[in-house]
Write a protein of this length. Structure first.
Length: 573
């Protein structure tokens, strides 16, 4: 009897399970159908339809749309609505993301007067940022980039736990935060399954303003001299290094390999700081003592500083620097010229920047940049001088005849490459491995003969009382101090020389040619102007003919022909 009861009970349970499974599958199938219908309805939506579904009065208070918002397709509209939905729920999660990103960098840039610098409390508070503009950029079908203009005057609770070298522990509160910037979200790659993308990259594309104050809980931070400035600089560097573009954080949404989305070097920018002219004099006695700082990312370990040229408003530096490029399409090279004040803070004389996107890979660009007071100020009519740079961008992995003359294998013969490979047991460092390039590359010495033909000059300034001049030219190699000069052409402002001079150059990549124009007088000579030329271009191109503007003169141009004959190239030990 019990056997039949058990059998009937088992059949009933089994039948119930089958019915439940069928109902569950039917429900899931119905849900998938409804989801497909909803997505199809989204695909057929127009902008007017979206405004009916979500009128402006129902937008969250922290969302303000400006004219920058441009939706180029229905798919972008779907992304837009989805992103606003996610932002409204993920504001609290941002606290953890920012803390995890910034805290390790705080320790990296920790001032030497501190033994420890960490967050003891980090929450973003209850006041959400206000998005004042949204723009969406399609990336050729492979991704979508959303940029949000953001203003935030929040009420966060941020406390830094710091320890000084003297064993004193201080809780420092970060207060009165005011921030304005552009936040970037990249949805990439696009995939056919929901939510239509594999990962999100987030970054701070532009930091327009970041203000805050520091206060020791229960005390005064000014009691420790220099502590306030040191911590403020550390915080700004940490934000710059951890989440500011081109740095980006990748958050996987669907399983996959997204290493190609992470930040990585894409090339090397070779910069030669040649000279500056007509700098502002900040000293009451004598002249300014200028030096320059150059960077692509404004971080202490990525900023290059030139030597100081004392008492000179037209300094010649002739210094070479190398920078790792991580996004040539958006990054800038910034140069700032300062007046050295000894133990006091150096005073800014002017600054300038050049977009890396304006550089043609593998081709030397010679530029004069006008110095301004502030890179954010659009109009600055005051003459603060100019700075002269020579730029060469060499991307990694591009072969199409691009040559980096500062690379260790530049123009080496096959035999030389084999010999160098045998010396150190490794292959020659190529353009494809940026770590080896930056860590193992030594000074490259380029020897050769520079032939300079001084063809003519045009529109030279009048020097003599009779309205003419008796010009001649001196040519000097800066490092070797080899010197030549042309003949004197009497009573002429458009002289023709057609004279050729040869210079044996021991270090072509780090030498320069200084060409000066003089007026010959019976009892001496008068200076008329000059041109300063680096040799990088002639080394790369072999020879070229160019008309050069005369510096430090009201007018005048020089027509020159330069030719390079290489001897041999080797690496300095």
């Amino acid at each position: 009897m019990s056997f039949f009861v058990g059998l009937i009970f088992g059949l009933a349970v089994g039948l119930a399970l089958i019915v439940g499974f069928v109902k569950s599958e039917n429900a899931r199938s119905k849900l998938r159908s409804e989801l497909a219908t909803t997505i199809a309805a989204f695909a057929r939506m127009t902008v007017d339809d979206s405004r009916k579904i979500l009128p402006a009065e129902f937008y969250p208070s922290w969302v303000v749309f400006s004219q920058r918002q441009k939706l180029s397709s229905r798919l972008l509209l779907l992304f837009h609505l989805w992103s606003l939905y996610m932002l409204s729920f993920d504001y609290l999660a941002a606290s953890g993301l920012i803390k995890a990103s910034v805290e390790p960098v705080l320790e990296q840039y920790r001032p030497v007067i501190l033994s420890s610098l960490k967050f003891s409390k980090f929450t973003l508070g209850t006041v959400a940022p206000q998005f004042t503009g949204v723009s969406i950029i399609e990336d050729g079908g492979s991704g979508i980039t959303m940029e949000l203009e953001m203003n935030w005057d929040g009420n966060p609770s941020i406390i830094l736990g710091i320890k000084t070298r003297f064993g004193v522990s201080l809780p420092v509160q970060v207060k009165d935060i005011g921030f304005t910037g552009v936040f970037r979200l990249i949805f990439k790659p696009l995939v056919p399954e929901f939510p239509c993308f594999g990962a999100i990259c987030y970054s701070l594309r532009q930091k327009k303003k970041m203000d805050f104050t520091l206060k020791v809980v229960g005390g005064d931070i000014s009691a420790i001299p220099g502590l306030d400035d040191a911590i403020q600089e550390t915080i700004r560097n940490a934000v710059e290094d951890s989440i500011t573009w081109p740095v980006r954080k990748v958050v996987p949404i669907l399983p996959g390999d997204y290493r190609d989305l992470e930040l990585k070097p894409v090339g090397i920018l070779e910069v030669k700081l040649v000279q500056a002219k007509n700098l502002t004099n900040k000293d009451l006695i004598g002249k300014s003592d200028p030096f320059a700082k150059l960077y692509i990312r404004p971080l202490p370990d990525k900023t290059k500083t030139s030597k100081i040229i004392s008492n000179d408003l037209n300094p010649i530096w002739n210094e070479h620097f190398e920078f790792v490029v991580e996004d040539a399409s958006t990054q800038h090279l910034v140069v700032k010229v300062y007046d050295d004040e000894g133990l006091q803070t150096s005073e800014l004389l002017g600054c300038a920047q050049v977009k890396l996107s304006e550089l043609e890979p593998g081709k030397v660009k010679d530029v004069w940049l006008k110095l301004v007071k502030d890179l954010e100020v659009q109009r600055d009519n005051k003459n603060r001088g100019q700075v002269h740079l020579e730029l060469l961008y060499c991307p990694f992995g591009v072969e199409n005849g691009l040559v980096n003359p500062f690379s260790s294998d530049f123009s080496m013969t096959s035999l030389e490459k084999v010999l160098k490979s045998g010396e150190n047991g490794t292959g020659i460092i190529g353009n494809g491995n940026e770590n080896e390039v930056t860590q193992k590359r030594r000074e490259v010495i380029v020897r050769g003969v520079l032939s300079v033909t001084v063809i003519s000059a045009e529109d030279l300034p009048m020097v003599d009382l009779m309205g003419k001049a008796d010009p001649f030219i001196t040519l000097t190699m800066k490092k070797s101090e080899m010197r030549n000069k042309t003949r004197v052409v009497n009573n002429c402002l458009n002289p023709v020389w057609n004279q050729t001079f040869d210079f044996v150059v021991e270090d072509g990549l780090h030498d320069m040619l200084i060409i000066e124009v003089w007026d010959h007088d019976t009892f001496g000579k008068d200076y008329m102007g000059r041109c300063i030329l680096t040799l990088t271009r002639v080394i790369l191109e072999g020879e070229y003919k160019e008309c050069f503007q005369l510096d430090e003169a009201k007018s005048g141009r020089l027509n020159l022909h330069l030719k390079w004959t290489p001897q041999h190239i080797y690496r300095d030990s």
